[in-house]
Design a protein around this ligand. Structure first.
Ligand code: JHZ
Ligand code: ZN
Length: 425
C-alpha cells in the first residue's frame, strides 16, 4: 500500500514561502520564532489514516521591519486546510454570545432593515448570520468549506461555497446586489492576499456600508504567551499599526474599535470608506498604537524574548507532566483545539503522556490528533473514566469548562491550564 497521504495527492503545490510582507511588500522580514515542522493543526486523522505519512510544514514567525506585521514564513495551500473544516463556531457558547453582541451593535448602529444585505466572509456554519437573519435582514455567507456550507444551508443561510476575493465579490454583487454590511470574524488572519480581500470589500460594499472584522490581537498573544495560537491557518498576527497601513491603501478608516476577551484577546473594528464629514476616531487609534509601542511589540529584541519565554514554558510543562507520569497519574486532554495540537506537537505531548482528549465537537470525536495521534472522545468520558488530571488545551474556555465539569474536581480530579502561565487547579 502506498504511504502517500491520499488527502494531499491531488493538490499541485502544498505550500509556498513568504518573501514579501503581505501588507507593505517589504522584503525586510526578521525571523524571531521557530516552532519547527508540524502537520496542519486541524488535520485530525481517521484511524485508518494514522499509518500514512503526514505532511509537515514549517511553522516560523517573521516580523516586517517596515510596517510591523507579524506573519508566518510559509503559506500552506488553503484547499488543504479549509476544504473540509472541522472547526464549528456554534459549538462554543462564548462565541455565540459574542456574535449576539456584534449583530446587535451593527443592526442598531446601522439601522438595518429587511432590505439590507449582510454578507459574512468565512461564514462557517452560518452562526453569525443567523442572528442577522433573526433581525430580519437579508444574509449571505461565503465560505470555501463544503461541509460547513451544507450545515449553513440547512439552517436557512444562503451560502456561496468559495473563497472571497475580487472576482467572487463581483459575482456576488451581480447575483445579490451591494452589501450594506460585510463581516469577517476570525478569518482575515487566514487570508494570504489581503489586498484582494480589500479589493473585494470595495467592490461589494455600498458607499456608506460598514466592514466589520474581528481578529485575535497580537498584543494579547505577545503579553500572554499565547504562542500556540500561531499555526499554519493563521498567516498574519495583527496589531493596529500595520492594520491601519493596510486599510489606508484602500481608502477605509476605522469608525469603531473594541477590545474583546475571546480567543485569548481579540479586537473588533468597524470600517467605512473615508469621509471628511465624519468625526474621526484616529486619536483613539493613535493612542492604542502608542500602547502597542510601549509593549515593545515592534522591537526585535522583545520578540526574541517572547521566543525565549516559549522555551521556558516548554521545560516547565514537560517537567510537570513527566513528573506526574512517574507518579503513575492518569492524564487526559480537554478540548482538541487546533492550538492544542501546536502545543502538543511542539512540546512533544503524545500518547505516552495523555490517554485521550475529550471534545464536544461531534466531528472530532473518533478521530486522532495530527502528529501526536491522541484519540478523541466525547466529553462524557471524563466523568465515566475519572482520570487524575485534565490538561485544558482550550485554555481560552477554561472558566466555562471548569464550571461545566465541577464534579471532576469534586471527585478529586485536577485541571492543568498551560497558558498564559502554567496553573494546576
Ligand atoms: P477553540 C479556532 O482555533 C480555529 P481552536 C480557527 N482557525 C481560528 O481562527 C480560531 O479558533 C480563532 C472544544 N470545547 O475554539 C471545542 C469542548 O470540548 O479554542 C473545540 O474543539 N468543550 C477558526 O481550535 C475546542 O474545545 C467546551 O466546553 O484552537 C476549542 O477550540 C468548549 C468551550 C470547547 O479554537
Ligand atoms: Zn510590512
Amino acid at each position: 500500500m502506498s504511504k502517500e497521504k491520499s488527502k494531499t495527492s491531488g493538490i499541485k503545490k502544498l505550500a509556498k514561502d513568504v518573501k514579501l510582507c503581505r501588507i507593505c511588500h517589504s522584503r525586510k522580514l526578521f525571523k524571531f520564532l521557530d516552532l519547527g515542522s508540524m502537520p496542519i493543526p486541524n488535520g485530525f486523522l481517521k484511524k485508518e489514516d494514522i499509518s500514512f505519512l503526514e505532511e509537515k510544514f514549517e511553522l516560523s514567525c517573521l516580523f516586517c521591519e517596515s510596517c510591523g506585521l507579524v506573519q508566518l514564513s510559509k503559506v500552506v495551500n488553503p484547499i488543504l486546510m479549509f476544504k473540509n473544516y472541522v472547526y464549528v463556531t456554534s459549538m462554543a457558547r462564548v462565541m455565540m454570545n459574542n456574535f449576539s453582541s456584534l449583530s446587535y451593535q451593527i443592526y442598531k448602529g446601522y439601522k438595518l432593515n429587511k432590505q439590507s444585505l449582510v454578507v459574512d466572509i468565512g461564514s462557517n456554519d452560518g452562526s453569525l448570520l443567523t442572528f442577522f437573519k433573526n433581525y430580519g435582514t437579508k444574509v449571505l455567507g461565503v465560505d470555501p468549506a463544503k461541509n460547513l456550507s451544507k450545515i449553513a444551508l440547512m439552517k436557512g443561510i444562503p451560502t456561496e461555497t468559495r473563497l472571497f476575493n475580487s472576482s467572487s465579490a463581483k459575482l456576488i454583487r451581480k447575483k445579490y446586489g451591494f452589501a450594506d454590511v460585510i463581516t469577517a470574524t476570525n478569518v482575515v488572519a487566514h487570508i494570504d492576499n489581503l489586498h484582494a480581500l480589500f479589493e473585494g470589500v470595495s467592490i461589494l460594499l455600498k458607499k456608506n456600508g460598514a466592514f466589520v472584522t474581528e481578529f485575535p490581537y497580537f498584543v494579547d498573544l505577545f503579553k500572554k504567551n499565547e504562542f500556540d495560537t500561531i499555526y499554519h491557518e493563521h498567516l498574519s498576527y495583527f496589531s493596529l499599526k500595520p492594520w491601519m497601513k493596510l486599510i489606508d491603501l484602500f481608502g477605509f478608516e476605522v469608525v469603531s474599535v473594541q477590545k474583546l476577551s475571546i480567543h485569548g484577546g481579540s479586537i473588533r473594528l468597524v470600517h467605512q470608506r473615508k469621509d471628511k464629514a465624519r468625526k474621526s476616531i484616529l486619536k483613539t487609534v493613535k493612542y492604542l498604537i502608542s500602547v502597542e509601542e510601549n509593549y515593545e511589540i515592534y522591537s526585535k529584541k522583545a520578540l526574541l524574548q517572547f521566543a525565549n519565554r516559549v522555551e521556558n514554558m516548554k521545560s516547565e510543562l514537560m517537567s510537570l507532566l513527566t513528573d506526574l507520569k512517574r507518579k503513575r497519574k492518569r492524564i487526559v486532554g480537554y478540548g482538541a483545539a487546533a492550538k492544542g495540537n501546536v502545543l502538543a506537537n511542539y512540546f512533544g505531548i503524545d500518547t505516552g503522556i495523555l490517554d485521550y482528549i475529550v471534545d464536544s465537537t461531534p466531528y472530532k470525536q473518533g478521530l486522532f490528533t495530527p502528529g501526536t495521534h491522541i484519540p478523541i472522545f466525547g466529553e462524557s468520558k471524563l466523568a465515566e473514566d475519572k482520570p487524575d488530571y485534565a490538561l485544558i488545551f482550550a485554555w481560552n474556555f477554561a472558566d466555562e469548562i471548569i464550571e461545566k465539569e465541577r464534579n471532576f474536581r469534586k471527585n478529586g480530579g485536577k485541571f492543568i491550564i498551560p497558558i498564559p502561565k502554567i496553573r494546576v487547579l
